[in-house]
Design a protein around this ligand. Structure first.
Ligand code: 23J
Ligand code: MN
Length: 257
């Protein structure tokens, strides 16, 4: 039997299944708030073109208005100044093979339950690799924090007087993953791939700066990472082919045993 026939058979039999890592996308989708001197992402609005009415008696459709980086979304290298001159750095030019890759899931949900500002350190990656083997080149590193269980937008964004608080990566970890492990990118359950407080770090937003400077990607606002094994799942995350797009809402699927 061919590999692809076997894939379809195992999906039909349920010995392989598809896990949806995507949050619902709509007017209630929380969006990141940046400090007030910066431009803001507007959130989702939907306007009905027609709904089986005078404007279209037999059809229903909407106009969508939203930022590229809204809800479960993909970050392309051109999103950041460090990646702006790299080749094939935008949603329409990234080679499509890079939209499919194996997942390494690092579970730090226990640490994050104790510390909202938890940062993944190189030592955490090395401890994970002792158990599960070296992170393969061109894999996604998915940070399981259980942050997606915060279904109330207020606790999901978790903004205090001193700005947002949510977990992320230490700069040295982003460097290890991007430059040494040569990952496709990192995926997180939080609103962005940097920690909530990362605007105050040096450099600001070090995960974005490092990943995108190395031609790596990001996935934000993922869910259902608790349904994935540490290794063995395959992630499919293909952004819309937006010309010069810096990112895109995306339906992220994982195939897992
Ligand atoms: C712009 C500036 C800072 C950040 C972000 C965007 C994101 O998180 C994003 O969605 O890429 S931190
Ligand atoms: Mn983004």
């Amino acid at each position: 039997m061919s590999l692809l026939t076997q894939l379809v058979d195992e999906l039909n039999a349920g010995s392989l299944r598809i896990v949806d890592l995507t949050q619902p996308l709509g007017p209630d989708t929380p969006v990141i708030g940046l400090p007030p001197m910066f431009g803001q992402s507007p959130g989702v609005t939907m306007e009905v073109i027609s709904h089986f009415d005078d404007k279209g008696p037999g059809w229903y459709w909407n106009v969508l208005h939203l930022g590229e980086h809204t809800g479960t979304h993909f970050d392309a290298p051109v999103h950041w100044i460090s990646g702006k001159d790299l080749p094939n750095n935008s949603c329409d030019t990234i080679p499509v093979q890079r939209f499919v890759g194996p997942a390494c899931v690092i579970d730090v949900s226990a640490e994050v339950a104790k510390n909202e500002d938890f940062l993944l350190m190189p030592a955490h990656v090395e401890a994970w690799e002792k158990k599960h083997g070296r992170i393969p080149k061109n894999s996604w590193v998915l940070l399981r924090t259980d942050w997606s269980r915060r279904t109330d937008p207020k606790s999901f964004l978790n903004v205090g007087a001193d700005g947002p608080h949510s977990p992320g990566f230490h700069k040295s970890t982003s460097e290890l993953l991007a430059r040494d492990r040569e990952v496709l990118g990192v995926g997180v359950e939080t609103v962005g791939t940097d920690a909530g407080q990362a605007g105050t770090f040096d450099p600001p937003f070090p995960n974005h700066a490092t990943m995108h400077g190395a031609g790596r990607f990001g996935l934000a606002s993922l869910k259902n990472l608790d349904q994935l094994p540490a290794t063995g799942a395959i992630v499919i995350a293909a952004p819309l082919k937006i010309v010069n797009g810096s990112g895109s809402p995306v339906r992220v699927l994982a195939i897992t045993a």
